[in-house]
Design a protein around this ligand. Structure first.
Ligand SMILES: Nc1ncnc2c1ncn2[C@@H]1O[C@H](COP(=O)(O)OP(=O)(O)OP(=O)(O)O)[C@@H](O)[C@H]1O
Ligand SMILES: [Mg+2]
Length: 844
């Protein structure tokens, strides 16, 4: 599509001679779609117009990247996609499908319409800018400035920046500047030709035109060989990527990036390398690009960042300031000494005013997935900072939906996807519609093309590498999913809860939306330990609102199931299947690997209390990090645990409080005591130990209570993981998981006779024998399972992770030949195991 000049520019463009076509009807009826043409409707931003006359006539696609406004986005997905769409321009512009609109013109006239022609519609003079190909419409590319991702790199910055003064003497320097240029900073800081040197891309002509106004000589930017020596290959690539993004070399002069490498891939080191490079070097005359950097990170990681700086750069090269209770932002502001400020998200909010006074050139948001909602305070605060070069780091890029995805993208590269409402119309709606089972072929195609375009566009500044890239540097990892038989008291209580009025009402849809969450919460507590449920009931009963509370319907008669003299403080391990397994597991680790340590994770503080009590009873030395742990103490606790001199055997970790970013390589066994709905929370926790620096083979145990809600959550997690992956690769099919009544029925069923309902769902033909998974590949995957509507649709749409699980070695607890010595010791209380070994180089 070619953009023609706006009427106002015609004087300057003698080649344009618009023909005027008189409308057959001068006044279209009011209910015709043409009424949409009003002065608010702009398809392309005005800044692009200013550049029009600069663009060569044969330029492939010259539209502004800024997407349509809300108004214009209406109707974008409708109409016959296979017909040509016309992009019109007048003093106001819009997109119309003329075949479908009441333009007042005859169809024949419209078919003959040519580029450059003008016409009157709704009292406005419209000029045909060009024809949009079906391909460009379907992909949504035509709504983007620069013509979508294929043109992003080449269309360059020229279109973004308004054309201010092309004749400014860009290459005429004052004699003083000339002198400076020729004499200093014109040599690369490090030798670009040295063996193993890591040299950044040189800026192209467009970049130089925009950013090298003073015509400094172009100098190679070379990463400090001191750092290169340590960098893994993927980290070198990551640094190149970050450099190109923040320098505006990848997308139209926009300077944002999302580094979404999986956990443990060393995102910190990649950023440190970038900061150090930009602080000392630049492509123009060697002048540093960045003076001050702001790093915002969860509280528990503030000191970890500092430590990483010291680990890789020592204490002399770069001066870091971390904000805490005793070190306020003012200190940083006043001192010219520091170049990097590291602050927690919480502190940032408190010190926003001071921070706004500092000019930061680079902003890094660690664990940036927390910015997923633009209405939350932290996001608003960060958006308010004027810094253009923005990087989001996250191991779990976008956890739930396309809207979160938008917020992250819009944060790093504001406006690149247009307004939220336009984004919804152009991308989100068609993508979601296309994934519904009822989608027509056309809807499916449109959605897929829009998803592909979105992935392609955002892929320019999102980088995600998976764990595999560092596998070879890591010791083996043995992952186990352990299905623990529930205790007798647990089964009795579970049955009672399922028979409660509250659960029955839920299934009949008679209660409010949140009621099922209360029921789910009670079942989860019970799975962890009956004493937790007992505690909750007691607490509720003594509260003043007990009589009207919804829990009454749930807890009715439950106390009678507990022994009369039940004392939650004196809980026993036998009362909970998982606790029994845990206790045996700790004992066998202690016995077989006395020098190794365990990270024990739960989502609940109260559960951690119980686990802590178990540690005390068995005399295990432990340490604990949860939401209550003061931020200032967190790194010390982590360091102590990781130290080889530490006597702690167990690290009790609240995954929600401290799961992200921590390095707990002192532990080589990690036990996930309970399960979260969001797979990301669990994956985060599990990634704490299997990471660079780990010396021992890592054992991960995920404990689930057989036949209960925990298994169902696990099954949903596996399908949700597919969703999480699908956001980075949007062209993958995904399910949007919601609770249907059917699903609630499934959630609220106890499968007492099954060894493992997850295995039952796998459609695996093994008869409980030890399965290596090899032969399973050939089995037909045809059975419907309960993981969402897509399963019924086609076997190929089954979430990958579910089929991956099928490839894991699996066997029942009573299997005769359990070779793993740790599993061997706990199998008495276990109904089923899944096991997967990565990097198996040695015997376990
Ligand atoms: N090239 C390397 N050589 C040795 N160790 C490394 C290297 N890169 C990173 N590490 C170490 O690996 C560990 C994990 O790195 P880091 O904390 O940066 O991971 P991450 O990608 O931020 O993960 P998460 O998403 O969990 O925060 C750190 O202890 C770090 O020092
Ligand atoms: Mg990190």
């Amino acid at each position: 599509m070619r953009r023609s000049a706006a009427p106002s520019q015609l004087q300057e463009n003698p080649f344009k001679k618009p023909k005027f076509i008189s409308p057959a009807r001068s006044h279209p009826s009011p209910n015709e779609e043409v009424a949409k043409l009003n002065s608010d409707m702009k398809l392309f931003e005005v800044t692009a117009n200013k550049n029009n006359f600069l663009q060569p006539q044969n330029y492939p696609r010259i539209c502004n990247f800024n997407l349509p406004t809300e108004e214009c986005a209406k109707g974008i997905n409708h109409g016959d996609n296979y017909r040509e769409k016309y992009c019109l321009e007048a003093s106001t512009k819009t997109t119309l499908d003329l075949h479908h609109t009441g333009t007042g013109y005859k169809l024949k006239e419209l078919e003959k319409i040519e580029e450059g022609q003008t016409m009157m519609i709704g009292g406005k003079e419209i000029e045909v800018m060009g024809v949009i190909s079906p391909d460009d419409f379907n992909s949504g590319r035509c709504f983007q400035f620069g013509g979508g991702c294929s043109a992003v790199l080449s269309s360059s910055q020229a279109a973004k920046k308004s054309f201010s003064n092309p004749f400014k003497s860009v290459c005429k320097l004052s004699s003083k500047e000339n002198e400076q240029n020729s004499s200093q900073n014109c040599k690369p800081r490090h030798d670009p030709y040295a063996p193993n040197s890591l040299v950044m891309l040189r800026p192209d002509k467009n970049h130089q035109w925009l950013f090298n106004k003073n015509c400094f000589p172009v100098v190679d930017v070379v990463i400090d060989p001191h750092l290169v020596h340590y960098l893994r290959p993927h980290q070198k690539e990551g640094i190149i990527f970050l450099y190109e993004c923040v320098m505006g070399m990848r997308v139209n002069g926009r300077c944002g990036a999302i580094l979404a490498d999986e956990m443990g891939l060393g995102k910190t080191l990649q950023c440190i390398s970038l900061i150090w490079t930009l602080q000392c070097q630049g492509p123009y005359g060697g002048k540093p690009v960045v003076k001050k950097t702001l790093i915002v990170t969860p509280g528990s990681l503030v000191n970890n960042w500092k430590k990483e700086f010291q680990k890789w750069l020592g204490i002399e090269r770069i001066k870091i300031f971390t904000v805490d209770q005793d070190h306020k932002v003012e200190e940083f502001t006043k001192s010219p000494f520091y170049s990097v400020l590291i602050i927690s998200y919480e502190m940032l909010l408190r010190s926003l005013d001071q921070i706004k006074n500092v000019k930061f050139d680079l902003l890094i948001c660690d664990e940036g997935h927390r910015l997923k909602n633009s209405t939350i305070k932290t996001t608003t605060a960060l958006i308010s900072l004027s810094c253009e070069k923005r990087i989001i780091l996250t191991g779990t890029p976008v956890q739930n939906d396309l809207q979160e995805f938008f917020t992250l993208i819009d944060f790093v590269n504001p406006g690149i996807l247009g307004s939220l409402s336009a984004y919804r119309k152009i991308y989100e709606e068609p993508i979601i519609i296309s994934r519904q089972p009822s989608a027509s072929e056309e809807e499916r195609e449109l959605g897929e093309q829009r998803a592909a375009e979105l992935t392609c566009l955002t892929g320019l500044f999102i980088l995600r590498r998976t764990q595999e890239v560092i596998n070879k540097y890591l010791p083996p990892k043995i992952e186990n999913v352990v299905f623990c038989r529930p205790g007798a008291l647990q089964i009795a209580l579970y049955r009672k809860l399922l028979n409660s009025q509250a659960v029955r009402f839920c299934l009949q849809g008679l209660l409010e939306n949140t009621s099922h969450l209360i029921c789910i919460g009670a079942l989860k507590k019970l799975c962890n330990h009956p004493c937790l449920l007992f505690g909750s009931i007691k607490e509720k009963e003594s509260s003043s609102t007990w009589d009207e509370s919804e829990e009454r319907n749930l807890y009715e008669g439950l106390m009678n199931v507990f022994p009369a003299d039940y004392n939650p403080i004196m809980f026993t391990e036998e009362e909970s299947g998982k606790l029994q397994v845990l206790s045996k597991l700790l004992a066998v680790i202690r016995e077989l690997r006395p020098a190794e340590k365990v990270v024990l994770v739960s989502n609940y503080t109260r559960t951690l209390d119980i686990l802590q009590e178990v540690c005390k009873r068995h005399g295990y030395a432990y340490t604990r990090l949860d939401g209550q742990t003061p931020i200032s103490q967190r790194q010390q606790i982590v360091d102590d645990f990781n130290s080889k001199y530490s006597s702690d055997f167990i690290f009790l970790l609240s995954s929600k409080a401290g799961g992200v970013g921590l390095n707990l390589i002192g532990g080589s066994h990690l036990i996930l005591y309970d399960i979260d709905w969001n797979p990301a929370t669990d994956i985060q926790a599990m990634s704490r130990v299997w990471r660079d620096g780990q010396k021992h083979p890592v054992h991960i145990y995920r404990l689930l209570t057989t036949g209960t809600i925990e298994e169902k959550i696990y099954q949903r997690q596996i399908s949700k993981q597919g969703l999480s992956g699908a956001v980075v690769d949007l062209s993958k099919t995904s399910d949007h998981i919601q609770f249907s009544v059917e699903e609630l029925k499934n959630l609220f069923t106890l499968h007492e006779s099954s060894h493992c309902i997850t295995h039952d769902l796998l459609d695996c033909e093994c008869t409980g024998e030890n399965h290596t998974g090899d032969s399973l590949e050939k089995l037909p995957v045809s059975r419907n399972c309960q993981l969402g509507p897509h399963q019924q649709k086609s076997a190929s749409l089954k979430p990958l992770s579910m089929s991956q699980l099928k490839q894991w070695k699996h066997f029942p607890g009573d299997h005769l030949n359990v070779t793993d010595p740790f599993l061997e010791r706990i199998r008495e209380n276990v109904s089923f195991f899944f096991q997967n070994i990565t990097n198996q180089t040695i015997a376990i």
